[in-house]
Design a binder for this molecule. Structure first.
Ligand SMILES: [Ca+2]
Length: 141
């Protein structure tokens, strides 16, 4: 018994040393997680406000999810956003028209300065047509 106690003390110290290393490693991981977290909001489902002077669209209702924001006319919003807009906001000085097809083709809907469409699936319906996930091009005046 008496001999085992001294032999356990170094073992105990090694254990503590390992514990300290583990804590340091955990801190390093936490730091990495924080850096990664800094980029995360763009991926997270949370509201990102539309910058002044731009028009914006979100992939989900109520200005949630990924945000698309731009200032100029776009004959095609791009493969990543085509037929994906679910809510809109126009913070430009002038009106913006959203079209169902590319280069202003098909039906268009005007969004005036400061206007918001929070839920295209409910707000932009006429003659049985729904504008959710349908917009393909934008004209900015
Ligand atoms: Ca379309």
């Amino acid at each position: 018994m008496a001999r085992r106690i001294p032999s356990e003390l170094p073992a105990c110290r090694r254990s503590e040393g390992g514990g300290a290393l583990a804590v340091a490693a955990a801190s390093a991981l936490a730091a990495v997680a924080i850096v990664t977290g800094g980029a995360a909001p763009a991926e997270a489902s949370q509201t990102l406000y539309c910058p002044d002077g731009q028009y914006c669209a979100w992939e989900d209702d109520l200005r949630q999810g990924h945000i698309f924001n731009h200032v100029a006319t776009l004959g095609y919003v791009g493969d990543g956003w085509n037929d994906r807009f679910s809510s809109l906001e126009n913070r430009r000085r002038d009106a913006v028209v959203f079209y169902e097809h590319d280069y202003g083709g098909g039906d268009g809907r005007v969004v005036g300065r400061g206007q918001v469409a929070k839920q295209l699936q409910f707000e932009w319906t006429e003659q049985g047509r729904v504008w959710n996930d349908r917009i393909t091009s934008v004209t900015a005046y």
